[in-house]
Design a protein around this ligand. Sequence first.
Ligand code: BDR
Ligand code: CA
Length: 306
Amino acid sequence: MHKVVWDMDPGIDDALALILALKSPEVQVLGITTVAGNASVEMTSANARRVLEYLNAGSIPVAMGAANPLNHPLEDALNHHGPDGLGNCDLPPPKVPLHPDKAWDFLARLVWDAPGEVALIATGPLTNVAYAFRRNPKLPELMARLVLMGGAYRLTPYGEGNRTLYAEFNIWQDPEAAHMVFNSGADIFAVGLDVTMDPAACLTSEHLGQIKTGHTPAAHLVAQLVEYQVKHHGCCRMHDPLALAMLLDVSLLDFKLARVEVVKGNDWNRGVTRILPSVGSHSIHVACAVDGPRFLELFLSRMLEK
Ligand code: BDR
Ligand code: CA
């Protein structure tokens, strides 16, 4: 079983990933930290707790992090995720208070407490992770690994940008943080648009029909989240659940070892993740293929299970 600490910005697909994790014996979520990305950090912090409390997991602590990227103002994605960040679902506001620590201190402590045992999952902009690494330079080597959703690497026909022509949303939002994290020496597994935009790994209205036959609380919530995406965007992309998936069953994804340059700055190339010709120090594992049907089968069966 993987012990994980999870930095997220829920967001519909972050929420789908969290629900999948709570239904999966392969992972134990020790704590959650929240970052601004899809929505303000206040909203992402509320959304993480709304989901946890609904699924009787309110004992998992949530610590709030950065309200803004390191060098840029926040540009949220509420146009994609709905005005509450969760597709206007019927979850009530949270009751459990936030953990008193700042996200980066909380995250670092969970890793320090069990050196080499805790994996970090990051499914939002990497601002909190960058702060944690800056304050604790030994942290990258103390983590079991860092699994992140981010980047567009042009390794498949789907590996183009979604925020700009060339850049993926999480990396584009805070390229300075991503640059620091990608060069930190952590054992990174990057799951980017090359696999998450593969149509075979996307939930359609047919899958939604199957989810609606479920009578579990998870199925009830997932149906609302997926329905919002299908209605507004034609299908439901599974970006963040696919990052989690590598911890559930590593055979679902293929990875290629590569050295990646993250382009910082303000220009047209902000947030580009460029694969460099040679493998060298600070190479990372980049996802280059996914078994979409098998991933969706896993997701659906966990959602429909009692
Ligand atoms: C990523 O951007 C966010 O909108 C999603 O939650 C996901 O983490 C996909 O580019
Ligand atoms: Ca996300």
